[in-house]
Design a protein around this ligand. Structure first.
Ligand code: NAD
Ligand code: IPM
Ligand code: MN
Length: 355
């Protein structure tokens, strides 16, 4: 089946600027590779929607998108009008949890010709995946505030790790490592200080590793791991971490490749029981919104990940190659990469490189 039906959710800020560039490239890919795309755009999951309706999404949001093959998402958040925890827990985090998108897959790759802020690094030196647990861990809704507003105020938020939840993300990460030439996996931990959940994580990693004798693996505490991202990024192939550690690593990794503006992600339900969601790693960037400065490559690369997920392998590879062609040309880069191209100039260049 080469008719793909997708829900499009631009969200806030630069989400509304980069999503159209992603769609432009998807259309060019459909033409070139001969598939059909049916896209329906939604205005919910945005702070504008919240201000009008008092909620981030309509009550029937699940029915509205659950029949789709995938969700193409921009970014959510406008902290001047809606507190971030309200806008994000009312939208993106609902998708991840309700659609059991337990894998957050985030490639980190230094592109040819793009300068890294790390001295002397060449493209092959930074080329790995962050595999982030996406439905539990530190992002839990268990906890509360006691004695609010008094001097005795106490807040507690529990970290949740289930055996099923930990094992399934580890199995995904080990499978991915096995499929790659280096066959190497790194686990992010903090079992020296976080004395209950993190030793459990380590224990499950060790148990899972026994099923993958062909995969070499190691683990680092998160504090030194971030140092190695900067000092020795060539050590990494597949890096697996809890929800919070994976979040942090997936901004730091792309920053080492020149900008977080190119980083894509797939929020994946591998069993296909629910639609998966594809979005850039970055947020709504209120500081540059509305000025045509946003780098659209993170959104466009997310489109490639979505097509890969939908079985359009050739088109996905074609988009990544088109991105490489464009990024290699300094005049087609946006300002975050030192260029002068606008969001749509960069997006059009990728679409043209494809056709
Ligand atoms: P951010 O990723 O939006 O921006 C961080 C910095 O990176 C800013 O200086 C921004 O200008 C720059 N940047 C981000 N994307 C860029 C791009 N494509 N091109 C060029 N520069 C880019 O993170 P933040 O400032 O911490 O968050 C802003 C809002 O976005 C908050 O409301 C936050 O909660 C939300 N957020 C949403 C998502 C999401 O929807 N997935 C992710 C992260 C943050
Ligand atoms: C991300 C974002 C989100 C997260 C925020 C906006 C809730 O930072 O997708 O990386 O922490 O997961
Ligand atoms: Mn993040």
């Amino acid at each position: 089946n080469r008719i793909h039906s997708i829900a499009v959710i631009p969200g806030d800020g630069i989400g509304k600027e980069v999503v159209p560039e992603g769609l432009r490239v998807l259309e060019a890919a459909a033409k070139r590779y001969g598939f059909e795309l049916k896209a329906e755009e939604h205005a919910f999951a945005s702070c504008d929607y919240y201000l009008k309706h008092g909620a981030m999404m309509p009550e029937d949001w699940k029915e509205r998108v659950s029949g789709r093959d995938a969700i193409f998402f921009g970014a959510v958040g406008w902290p001047d009008t809606v507190p971030d925890h309200i806008s994000l827990w009312g939208s993106l985090i609902q998708f991840r949890r309700e659609f059991d998108q337990y894998v957050n897959l985030r490639p980190v790759r230094l592109m040819p010709g793009v300068p890294s802020p790390l001295a002397g690094r060449q493209p092959g030196d930074i080329d790995f995946y962050v595999v982030r647990e996406n439905t539990e861990g530190e992002y839990s809704s268990i906890g509360g505030r006691m004695f609010p507003g008094t001097e005795r105020e106490v807040v507690i938020q529990e970290t949740v790790m289930s055996r099923v939840g930990v094992d399934r993300i580890l199995a995904y990460a080990f499978d991915l490592a096995r499929s790659r030439p280096k066959k190497h996996l790194t686990s992010a931990t903090k079992s020296n200080g976080i004395s209950i959940t993190m030793p459990y994580w380590d224990e499950r990693v060790e148990a899972m590793a026994a099923n993958y004798p062909d995969v070499r693996w190691d683990k680092y505490h998160i504090d030194i791991l971030v140092a190695h991202f900067v000092l020795n990024p060539d050590r990494f192939d597949v890096v697996v971490g809890s929800n919070l550690f994976g979040d942090i690593l997936s901004d730091l990794g792309p920053a080492c490749t020149g900008t977080i503006g190119i980083a894509p992600s797939g929020n994946i339900n591998p069993e296909g029981r629910f639609p998966s969601l594809f979005e850039p790693v970055h947020g709504s960037a209120p500081d540059i919104a509305g000025q045509a400065l946003a780098n659209p490559v993170g959104q466009i690369w997310s489109a490639a990940m979505m097509l890969e997920h939908l079985g359009e392998t050739e088109a996905a590879a074609g988009i990544v190659a088109a991105i490489e062609t464009v990024l290699a040309e300094p005049s087609l880069r946006t300002r975050d990469l030192g260029g002068r191209a606008s969001t749509s100039e960069c997006g059009r260049a990728v679409a043209e490189a494809l056709s």
